[in-house]
Design a protein around this ligand. Structure first.
Ligand SMILES: Cc1ncc(COP(=O)(O)O)c(C=O)c1O
Length: 413
C-alpha cells in the first residue's frame, strides 16, 4: 500500500538545504548586481558603484571556515582542479582518493595530468587512514579525503599519515560545508579545501565553488591560475596586472557571489534545522532491529545533511529499502549508485578519456588497480548502508508520515 502523503518522493528529495531556503535575501542581493550592470568580479571599479559581491562572499566564507584565504570559482569540480594545480600536482604524480566519492574527485586528478589511486573507506564512509600507507609509492604527491554526505573523515589520522609521508592533503568538502572535526571547520584542516555550490549542496549558487587555504603562497597560486595568471595587484587597470604563471578562466561571477552571500547568511540556521530533523529521524529508526548508524569521527561535527545507517546483511538492507519505498520513502544504497562509487563508473574503468593521449597512457605513471576486490570495506559497508537526505523543512505532517512509514517497513525485518 502506498502512502497518500508524499514523504521523500524522488523529485522532492532533490530540493535540499540551500535550494530549500531561497528567498527575498537572494533576490535583493542579485538585484543590487543587476542595477550596477557589472556582472564580472574584476575591474569596472567606477561602474560597479562599490558592489563587490564575489569579494565579499570570499571574505565571509573564509571567516566562516576560520581560514585567512578563500577563492570563489565556477564549480566544485574546477575548485579541485585549481587546488591541485596550486599544489603543483601534475603529470607523473599519484593522488590517493576514496572509492566512495563523486567522480569529479578522480576527474580533477586526471585533468591536471595525474593518476588517481583508489583507496578504501572506513566505518565513517570516508577515506580509511589505515589504508593510505598501502597505496603510497615514490610518485604519490597528495591525498584527497572526501567528506561524504556531510560528515568528517578521520582527519587527525589522515593528517598524521600524510605528514609522515610528506603528502599534500586536499579536502574535498563539496558535501561537507558546515561540518567540522574537533572544532575546526572541514576544508580548513589540510593544505587546501574545496567546496561546491551546485543545486544539491548545503548552500547553492546554481553552479559555483570555493577554494580555501591557510597558506598565502598556495592562495596566490590558485588566484593566479584561476584567472589567466592575473596577480590582481594593479589599482589602475586590470590590463596592467602583473603575471608570473599561466592559467585559465575559472572566475566566479557577481551573481554567484551575491547569491552565495545571501545563502551563507542562512547557513547556521540550515545546519541547526538539519541537526534537529536528523535527530528526530534517528529516533524514529530506533524501532529497526540491529540498525547501526554510520561511524562518526566527531559526532559534534556532522552537518546532518544526510543520515546513513546500516543493517547486518545486504539482503536485509535491500528488503528494508524496498519496504521503505513501498511506504513512499526513498533511500540510496550507494553501492548501486552510478555516480558516487568507482566500481560502477564503466567509462572510468575503461579509461575512456576524451583524448587518446592521457594520464593512463603516460609511461611515467605506474600501474594502478581499480578492482573492487581491493576495497573490501566499501564493498561490504556500502552494500549494507542506506542514506536519506535530511531537509531543512520537515513539517510535522511529514515527520508523522515518516514515522509511520519506518515503523511499517521495519516489520519486514
Ligand atoms: C564530493 C564531490 N566533489 C566534487 C563535486 C563537484 O562539484 P560541482 O558539481 O560543483 O562541480 C561534487 C558534486 O556533487 C561532490 O559531491
Amino acid at each position: 500500500m502506498r502512502h497518500h502523503v508524499p514523504i521523500f518522493r524522488t523529485k522532492e528529495k532533490k530540493v535540499m538545504a540551500g535550494a530549500e531556503v531561497i528567498g527575498k535575501e537572494e533576490i535583493r542581493e542579485v538585484m543590487e548586481v543587476l542595477k550596477t550592470g557589472v556582472f564580472a568580479r574584476y575591474a569596472f571599479d567606477k561602474e560597479r558603484q562599490g558592489i563587490w559581491k564575489v569579494r565579499d562572499f570570499e571574505r565571509a566564507f573564509a571567516k566562516y571556515c576560520g581560514t585567512p584565504y578563500a577563492l570563489g570559482v565556477t564549480s566544485g569540480s574546477s575548485a579541485l582542479k585549481v587546488a591541485l594545480t596550486a599544489l603543483d600536482v601534475g603529470p607523473g604524480d599519484e593522488v590517493i582518493c576514496p572509492a566512495f566519492t563523486f567522480m569529479a574527485t578522480y576527474e580533477a586528478v586526471l585533468e591536471v595530468g595525474g593518476i588517481p589511486v583508489m583507496a578504501d573507506i572506513d566505518d565513517t564512509l570516508n577515506l580509511d587512514p589505515d589504508y593510505i600507507p598501502n597505496k603510497i609509492t615514490p610518485r604519490t604527491k597528495a591525498v584527497i579525503p572526501v567528506h561524504m554526505c556531510g560528515a568528517p573523515a578521520r582527519m587527525d589520522k589522515i593528517l598524521k599519515v600524510a605528514k609522515k609521508h610528506k603528502l599534500f592533503v586536499l579536502e574535498d568538502t563539496a558535501q561537507g560545508l558546515g561540518a567540522s572535526f574537533k572544532g575546526k571547520m572541514l576544508g580548513s584542516l589540510g593544505h587546501m579545501g574545496t567546496f561546491s555550490f551546485d543545486h544539491y549542496k548545503t548552500i547553492t549558487t546554481g553552479e559555483g565553488g570555493m577554494v580555501i587555504t591557510n597558506d598565502l603562497n598556495l592562495y596566490h597560486r590558485a588566484e593566479w591560475y584561476h584567472d589567466h595568471g592575473h596577480d590582481h595587484v594593479s589599482t589602475v587597470s586590470r590590463a596592467l596586472d602583473g603575471r608570473t604563471i599561466l592559467g585559465f578562466n575559472y572566475r566566479m561571477n557577481e551573481f554567484q557571489g551575491a547569491i552565495g552571500l545571501a545563502q551563507l547568511g542562512k547557513l547556521n540556521r540550515v545546519i541547526a534545522a538539519q541537526r534537529k530533523n536528523q535527530a528526530a529521524v534517528m529516533e524514529m529508526l530506533s524501532v529497526v532491529p540491529k540498525i547501526k548508524f554510520r561511524g562518526m569521527a566527531d559526532p559534534e561535527g556532522d552537518s546532518a545533511t544526510f543520515l546513513a545507517f546500516n543493517l547486518p546483511h545486504a539482503e536485509q538492507t535491500k528488503a528494508f529499502q524496498n519496504a521503505l519505498k513501498e511506504e513512499g520513502l526513498d533511500t540510496v544504497c550507494f553501492k548501486e549508485n552510478f555516480w558516487h562509487y568507482l566500481p560502477n563508473w564503466e567509462h572510468f574503468l575503461a579509461k575512456s578519456t576524451a583524448q587518446t593521449k592521457n594520464p593512463f597512457t603516460d609511461k611515467r605513471n605506474g600501474k594502478v588497480n581499480y578492482n573492487r576486490k581491493a576495497i573490501p570495506n566499501a564493498e561490504d559497508l556500502l552494500g549494507r548502508t542506506l542514506v536519506m537526505g535530511i531537509s531543512v523543512k520537515m513539517p510535522a505532517a511529514r515527520m508523522k508520515a515518516m514515522r509511520k512509514a519506518i515503523t511499517n517497513a521495519a516489520k519486514v525485518l
